[in-house]
Design a protein around this ligand. Sequence first.
Ligand SMILES: Cc1ncc(C[n+]2csc(CCOP(=O)(O)OP(=O)(O)O)c2C)c(N)n1
Ligand code: SF4
Length: 282
Amino acid sequence: MEHAQTSRPPGPKEYKSDLKPIWCPGCGDFAVLNAVTKALAFLELPREDVALITGIGCSSRIAAYTSLYGFHGLHGRALALAAGLKAARKDLTVLVAGGDGDGLSIGGNHFIHACRRNMDLTYVMMDNEVYGMTKGQASPTTAADWSQSKLTPQGSRIRPLRPASLALTAGATFIARGFTGDPNGLAKILVEAIQHPGFAFVQALSPCPTFRPEQMEWKHQVRGFEQETSSDPMEAARRIRADDGMSTGIIYRSDYPAFQPGSGAGGDVAAGMAAIEGELRI
Ligand SMILES: Cc1ncc(C[n+]2csc(CCOP(=O)(O)OP(=O)(O)O)c2C)c(N)n1
Ligand code: SF4
């Protein structure tokens, strides 16, 4: 879509493209699109300064529904593509989005290394605990006893991953969880994530009414974290482990310096190391 030249900053609608999303009615991904566009409008970021890179899946279609520069990439490779783009164009705000399958199954290795590399990227994982696009198979965040898929009629019997826990262990410097039933809350989290100068991971609980209709009950289960954001990784780890995965808010933030290839060693590494004293090790 051609960008119209305007003197005023774009409103949320202007960050959307003319394409009508083909997501199922009630899909949480609509609210992620709204939250992303609201956050960009709040930050008054010119559209030509932002890129949105995605993998493959229903959620990964989001790039086409925006008027940003975008790349609807390969399954599980969004973070690798985004890292390459950011390395070449550090002036761009680079957003990355995709599903729990995209980011934790085929893309799991890239996720881990994106966290530890800590480049200045904002990654939104639209978590519906299922592979939506391929018609409802269990994903790495699916509960072990979920038995509605024909492939796993007795449940997968495999324990789900906790994306926030993995992100913390791997070295992400901003970790948050939002819910599509609260798009304004999600937009506020995204504003902070985009402003964070390092790898920001946002897990967006995004129901799939088609293959996980029971997720429509999430609106009764989601609530905010009781404590404020922690900069202590041990405290953040305890909070994630004690939670049932339905609490939202910013969980962890660290000022460990971001890595930017070609820009020296990535800031004051000694100061960064001091800041994360006691960091978790696996
Ligand atoms: C290399 C490769 N392997 C497998 C697929 C098939 N495939 C497409 S989307 C998808 C999973 C989508 O699930 P998720 O990332 O959770 O996104 P959702 O559709 O739920 O938003 C899979 C396995 C593919 N497109 N490419
Ligand atoms: S299958 Fe699920 S994730 Fe995909 S568009 Fe439909 S509701 Fe959304």
